[in-house]
Ligand binder design. Structure first.
Ligand SMILES: [Cu+2]
Length: 265
């Protein structure tokens, strides 16, 4: 075992590696500010995992670097090292500690998943369609289709996600959640935006040559403004359908995207 002559240099080394690890965690903006309570829970889990890993990373790295340096053999030392027959105490410790940590992490994850997936009585439901290489959003009750996702603030949003061709993944970094769009099934994503603004939607599953440009916007609006937009878009869609009803041929897919793209980036 290590005697006291190793304690101080080892402690110093741990301090240096610990400071470097903490600096890269704290000085870099790894994730944007989250705009949902679901994202806050995901972040809590993320940082719990990070700091737990960081503690063990620092201990293991310091021990490793220090051992390589302090217990190195002389250049002309050709002798064999002492034989080892295992160490029951160490083996119990390195089995029990990870087992306890895994139990804590799984309970933590189950709590986060359970809370994040609980359905609110009142929620805004929108159908999301992913296809190479665009997202579209459908309000089935109102017969509206748009290239932008519009949702009211402070109300749970339920996205029912579908894919027309290959697997895509609907992702808004600011809400911390991501859900695959898989052909043949409907997947669901629940979140409650708490900040008004425009947020970028990204496809997070390599889906072909245009994957990099498969982006759209999520616009979080005041509830009044949202209701106003919804009824306006509904009336517009109805008028369009009425006009199309008088025409013999069906319009090509995607041509009925009446979404406005004015203002903002
Ligand atoms: Cu994609």
């Amino acid at each position: 075992m290590l005697n006291s002559r190793h304690t101080v240099p080892l402690a110093l080394l741990m301090l240096v590696i610990g400071a470097l690890t903490a600096a890269q965690a704290l000085l870099i903006d790894w994730v944007p500010e989250t705009i949902t309570p679901e994202g806050t829970r995901v972040d809590a889990l993320l940082w719990f995992l990070f700091w737990t890993s960081a503690v063990f990373f620092v201990i293991v790295t310091a021990l490793l670097i220090y051992s390589v340096w302090a217990f190195r053999a002389d250049p002309d030392d050709e002798s064999e090292g002492k034989p080892m027959h295992g160490n029951t105490r160490v083996e119990i410790v390195w089995t029990v500690i990870p087992a306890i940590l895994l139990i804590i992490v799984s309970v933590f994850s189950i709590i986060v998943l359970d809370r994040n997936e609980s359905l609110a009585a009142e929620r805004t439901t929108v159908e999301v369609r992913g296809q190479q290489f665009a997202w579209s959003y459908v309000w089935t009750d109102q017969g509206i289709e748009s290239g932008d996702l519009r949702v009211p603030v402070d109300q749970q949003v339920e996205l029912n996600i579908k894919a027309a061709d290959v697997i895509h993944s609907w992702w808004v970094p600011d809400i911390r959640l991501k859900q695959d769009a898989v052909p043949g099934i409907t997947t669901r994503l629940l979140f409650t935006p708490e900040k008004i603004g425009t947020f970028e939607v990204i496809c997070a599953e390599l889906c072909g040559a245009g994957h990099g440009v498969m982006r759209s916007r999520m616009i979080v609006m005041e509830p009044d403004e949202y209701r106003e937009w919804l009824s306006g878009a509904e009336a517009e869609a109805e008028a369009l359908r009425a006009a199309e009803g008088n025409r013999p041929a069906a319009s090509p897919p995607g041509a009925d995207d009446e979404s406005d793209t004015d203002g903002g980036e």
